[in-house]
Design a protein around this ligand. Structure first.
Ligand SMILES: *[C@@H]1O[C@H](CO)[C@@H](O)[C@H](O)[C@H]1NC(C)=O
Ligand SMILES: *[C@@H]1O[C@H](CO)[C@@H](O)[C@H](O)[C@H]1NC(C)=O
Ligand SMILES: *[C@@H]1O[C@H](CO)[C@@H](O)[C@H](O)[C@H]1NC(C)=O
Ligand SMILES: *[C@@H]1O[C@H](CO)[C@@H](O)[C@H](O)[C@H]1NC(C)=O
Ligand SMILES: *[C@@H]1O[C@H](CO)[C@@H](O)[C@H](O)[C@H]1NC(C)=O
Length: 483
């Protein structure tokens, strides 16, 4: 009896020990399971709006192995998240990994967020790139008259869109497209990396864009656009890899960007010849600040050449140029029509330049033969001040249009250090009018020196543009996602 009681309690203790061990084992397994299958991602970021709903690309079949196409995963994710557009919006997280994809389209009240080790790899399969009609203000594509491949990240008729990350990467894998371009094999115009069309309230920030097939960032027919903290890198010989091209846009702010490319770092545009004139949509209220540019064959900031809808009120400041062909360049021609007026640039430092300032009135590339010979552009009110340049081959080459001079040019407090092998004549000017003050080397006679007391003569607006008052919110993302 005594023994049996002892045995029973002994057995009970054994069973309890076994159960505890089992529970412990299951627990460990569970933890291991969740460690292997799910990661908790949580971070904060700044944006014009935060979102109520979140998802990760992996929930929609995304595979970040660099070879599986994720075009459908992106589009499925975005289609699914579109149900939240009127319910606080949604953010789509792209985790660390290499995500091969063709073109996909954004929606309103949406944020695309790239992890710092996320790389979107643009597909080189042209079937992954739907073809769009030419832009109405251009009449034809830049590479081919027919349509144009949709950009990698595309949006049209949207409001409130954010594309951001912790400096995550979008790699256009452009060499494929550059070769097609050089061989004249393109049936359609090359895609851009990011194009946002007919949209309002757009933020594109804290991303690295590599090797775009053509232009990098193209906001067009849009307003209230913020482009901030973007690094753009492409070989300096790659064709048409413009950095950021605001095109028929109102109220745009580009700041804290670093661009090395094969074409203009920023090109301000508004449509081409008779198509741009008919469309009549200018680019105005543009601020560019804290831009660093390296572009040995192009400009830091180009105005044109497609400027037929007009360009007005551009303010650029605190710009650094290194080994770049020209600082600010105006490109236009008879047939363009339109205007470039009220341009203000200050505090620009230039190192190793061919021309500090360049204006070209005979930039002849026309959309077709139907351009109007009476459509002369008006170039007026161009202000440059407080600049230093060194190792410059030619201070300025300013060529207006005969019978249509470029007027109201004002250049003050600008010191241009000439290169050892500089051109003998530092300034050449034709069909331009304006003034200078405190400028060395001595400017051309068409821009007479007003004496050193006028050193602050050139305007720079004291007021802010509406885009300067955009307020950021602190947004957060907290989700576990499977790996
Ligand atoms: C987008 O907006 C433009 C201009 O308002 C309009 O012409 C066009 O039809 C719209 N496109 C779509 C797809 O809704
Ligand atoms: C972003 O990445 C680029 C390319 O790797 C790098 O050059 C740049 O310094 C990075 N910017 C920031 C702010 O981390
Ligand atoms: C971009 O990144 C910088 C540095 O991490 C951060 O201070 C800034 O808030 C970010 N801006 C946007 C608009 O994402
Ligand atoms: C000056 O510019 C020339 C090209 O015009 C370049 O070869 C040289 O390295 C530059 N010198 C300096 C000191 O930057
Ligand atoms: C002239 O420009 C330099 C920057 O290049 C600036 O430091 C200086 O204050 C300017 N002078 C005047 C009188 O504005």
């Amino acid at each position: 009896m005594e023994l049996s009681i002892f045995m029973r309690s002994h057995m009970r203790a054994q069973v309890i020990r076994l159960v505890i061990a089992l529970v412990l084992l299951l627990n460990t397994l569970n933890v291991a399971e969740s460690r292997r299958g799910r990661i908790l991602e949580s971070f904060e970021y700044s944006a014009i709006s935060c979102r109520a709903h979140s998802a990760s690309l992996t929930e929609f079949g995304g595979v970040g192995d660099g070879t599986t196409s994720n075009t459908k995963a992106f589009q499925d994710a975005i289609n699914h998240l579109s149900q939240y557009a009127s319910d606080g919006g949604a953010q789509l997280f792209v985790p660390a990994g290499k995500w091969l994809t063709g073109s996909f389209s954004l929606i309103s009240h949406f944020t695309l967020y790239l992890h710092k080790e996320a790389v979107l790899l643009a597909s080189q399969d042209t079937k992954e790139w739907p073809v769009l009609k030419p832009l109405p203000s251009y009449g034809r594509g830049r590479d081919a008259a027919a349509g144009r491949f949709t950009s990698l990240i595309f949006g049209t008729n949207l409001t409130d869109v954010v594309v951001t990350g912790e400096n995550g990467t979008i790699d256009g894998q452009g060499s494929f497209w550059w070769q097609q371009f050089h061989k004249g094999k393109l049936k359609f115009t090359r895609p851009y990396l990011i194009e946002i069309m007919f949209s309002d309230n757009i933020q594109i920030s804290n991303l690295t864009l590599l090797n775009s097939p053509s232009w990098n960032v193209h906001p067009v027919y849009s307003s209230n656009i913020l482009v901030q903290g973007i690094t753009i890198i492409a070989p300096v010989t790659s064709p048409n890899t413009d950095g950021i091209n605001p095109d028929s846009c109102t109220n745009t702010r580009i700041e804290d960007c670093y661009i090395v490319s094969g074409d203009d770092c920023v090109a301000v545009k508004s449509g081409w010849d008779e198509y741009g004139i008919a469309f009549g949509w200018p680019t105005k209220q543009l601020v560019i600040r804290r831009l660093t540019c390296v572009s040995p064959y192009s400009a830091v900031i180009a105005l044109g050449s497609e400027m037929s809808g007009g360009i007005q009120d551009v303010r650029a400041e605190d710009i650094v140029a290194v080994h770049t062909e020209s600082g600010v360049r105006i490109k236009t021609a008879v047939g363009r029509g339109g205007y470039v007026r009220d341009i203000y640039v200050r505090r620009m430092a230039m190192h190793t330049m061919k021309w500090a300032f360049w204006m070209t009135g005979n930039y002849k590339a026309h959309a077709d033969s139907h351009w109007d010979p009476n459509a002369v552009p008006e170039i007026k009110g161009i202000n440059y001040r407080d600049m230093v340049a060194e190792n410059v081959s030619m201070a300025a080459r300013l060529e207006g249009i005969s019978g249509d001079p470029f007027t109201g040019i004002c250049i003050s407090n600008v010191t241009i250090g000439m290169a050892a092998k500089a051109k003998k004549q530092p300034w050449t000017c034709t069909d331009v009018a304006g003034i200078t003050s405190g400028v060395t080397p001595q400017p051309c006679n068409l821009l007479p020196d007003q004496g050193s007391e006028k050193i602050t003569a050139c305007d720079f607006p004291a007021d802010d543009l509406p885009i300067d008052s955009v307020e950021f919110k602190r947004c957060s993302y907290r989700m576990s996602h499977s790996v």
